[in-house]
Design a protein around this ligand. Structure first.
Ligand SMILES: *[C@@H]1O[C@H](CO)[C@@H](O)[C@H](O)[C@H]1NC(C)=O
Ligand SMILES: *[C@@H]1O[C@H](CO)[C@@H](O)[C@H](O)[C@H]1NC(C)=O
Length: 164
């Protein structure tokens, strides 16, 4: 009876958030859509007890293996970095599809998973076909209308009128 009790306690403990010794965060100064975004997995707390442990990243659609021990499944989409404190993954040509999924880094038996979310400090530059403009003259006034589907931060639009 006592044995069963111990097993239950251990099991509950292993589910708790305290058990994650490694953690990842966005290393790029900000998320820029269309740019490269680097996630860094900091393993400094377990570095000494885990020399030579395999490193991996999971994430994206269907929570796939994105990399294993320095090899990536798709070198056109991901590249890998290493540092004394841990290892990173760079997501190339970042799109909204890279945002909606959780990412997990693992180092030996240690791992950390969370969703990649946006903070206020991100940048979305609309592409040319996401910008619609209309203009009309009325009572010798020029009216210009600019439609942007999505943009961040708040854009500053300037109209240049060619007088030549
Ligand atoms: C990793 O975490 C340690 C401990 O929290 C911290 O001192 C160190 O600066 C971090 N390394 C990087 C590259 O962020
Ligand atoms: C918007 O851009 C113009 C031209 O670069 C600049 O003169 C103006 O101060 C800007 N306005 C704001 C609110 O940032």
């Amino acid at each position: 009876m006592r044995k069963v009790y111990e097993v239950v306690i251990l099991f509950l403990f292993s589910l708790g958030p305290v058990s994650s010794m490694v953690n990842w965060y966005v290393q790029s100064p900000k998320i820029v859509f269309g740019g490269h975004v680097t996630l860094f997995c900091n393993t400094s707390t377990v570095r000494n007890s885990c020399k030579g442990c395999p490193t991996s990243w999971f994430g994206g659609e269907n929570f796939k293996v994105l990399s294993y021990n320095g090899f990536t499944a798709s070198s056109s989409k991901y590249s890998l970095t290493t540092a004394a404190d841990g290892f990173g993954i760079t997501i190339k040509d970042f799109t909204e599809n890279d945002l909606i999924y959780p990412y997990k880094c693992s180092y030996g038996f240690h791992s950390f998973v969370k969703h990649l979310t946006l903070d206020k400090n991100y940048e979305y530059q609309p592409s040319k076909d996401e910008i619609k403009t209309k203009h009309a003259t009325y009572n010798s006034m020029l009216y210009v209308e600019v439609h942007l589907k999505k943009a961040h931060p708040e854009p500053n639009c300037t109209a240049i009128f060619n007088m030549s």
